[in-house]
Design a protein around this ligand. Sequence first.
Ligand SMILES: [Zn+2]
Ligand SMILES: [Zn+2]
Ligand SMILES: [Zn+2]
Length: 494
Amino acid sequence: MAVSAPPAGVLGMGPDPNWIDNFTTCIFKQDYDTAREVLRSAIARGASTHLAEQYAKVLEEFLTKRDEVENPVALARFEECVVRETSSGQGRGLYVPSYQTWGAQLWKERPLAYIQSPGSRKCVQVCCACLVPVGSLASQLKYMNLEPPPGSEKILLSTYPDEVCPDGFCPGQVIACDGNDCSEVFCSQSCRSWALSESSHAILCKGRLGPKSWSALQSLELLAIETDSEHLLLLAHHVACMTLARRSGQSLEAVKDRFASQFASAPWDSLAGADDSDTPEERRRCMSCAIPLLETIFEAEDLASGLLDSELLSNILGTFELVNMCISLPHPLNSHADVADYLTEELAEALAKMQEPLQSDSESEPETEQPTSPWASARQGQLFENIIGTALCEALAFTNHSCLPNCRIEFATASQPEAKGPGLWLYSVTRRPLVPGDEVLMAYVPSVVGQPLQVRQRKMQKFGFTCHCRTCETDRVLESEPVPVVTSSGYPQP
Ligand SMILES: [Zn+2]
Ligand SMILES: [Zn+2]
Ligand SMILES: [Zn+2]
């Protein structure tokens, strides 16, 4: 790269008055060597230490980014993103090697394993593969042991505009699993055949597990409910997916790496302490109940035997706790204008009462006036709680948090055009343009975005998380400094 001569100037006469403009121009042309010389010359001609430090920092950041782009130690690749160790030494992060425009899709994936939360399972019947609610208002009420009012069978659950109904999907359709006594249902034939060959249901279907294994799975679900640890149930589905990967010919080591060791982790008992009853002893007791159940669930699976090691299972639970994704899908009955016409006040109250346990799980604090009664909620399309669940996703697990995120995460169920096929999908969309080398950052608690520091910290703490993102650290510094911190104009905010 040609190095042009530093701007003419006379020693002792001060730096070239245009040096900052020249420097910035070089930076944007990625001519870092010339930028370095401009800076060096300005310093030599007496630019203030403060300015020199500021612009050296700018150069340093661009050079670091260039190095990261040219020599990426990519540990994995997810479409537009690569996984690398973060420069801050805080584990792994997701980076973009190339420019991404606003609204660009960075990656799309099915979670490695996912479940509908046990509490949500009691309140809404969903497709076992993609978690979309199925059937009609009548079938949903029956599912909840409530008497459906006449005509409610005409209110069909569908996420389609009426005129769009792709092949294989039909509004209101409920497809039974057909496994021996299996009570799971599907939205479509394609979700059903995918689930029975490629999802955890391929192993955990009641029609495929022996009676002893099936009852162990029921006991594990009860244990998960009693101990308020739905991750114990997710663990069974995770092991099922690992077993499927083994069946497809992947080695034990490859499966352990993809489903466990690539992720941030810690032994599950070492992460205890969310409240007084959550102790390491209690978690170890819980594990000692869960492991024999898992052994029984998978007793017919030779390929699962290498996966039921207690240390591995404890670390997988630790990973769930550190990097799981909470699934939250809107309930289609809330957007059905006619639903309230079919609901009596008693019925609306019964529905609200059944869903009460789900409300504590929603992350948003009520900021607007709440409707006065369940029936009023139904009128306003707010009666039905979101479908909730928990998942472990690969690309997502490497996406670190920022209170000023540059991407958002969206869900797509099989019936939506954004899905690539049957089952549940997640994808990431940029919230602003990203330059090469930028780390992709999401808000773990979306409602923190745009809030003041104290509100953000309070919301994050509800999730057991003290935020140290760059935005929070800067706000803390600004709060503790009586004098505003000087920043140079033209400094590109990362
Ligand atoms: Zn489905
Ligand atoms: Zn089944
Ligand atoms: Zn923060």
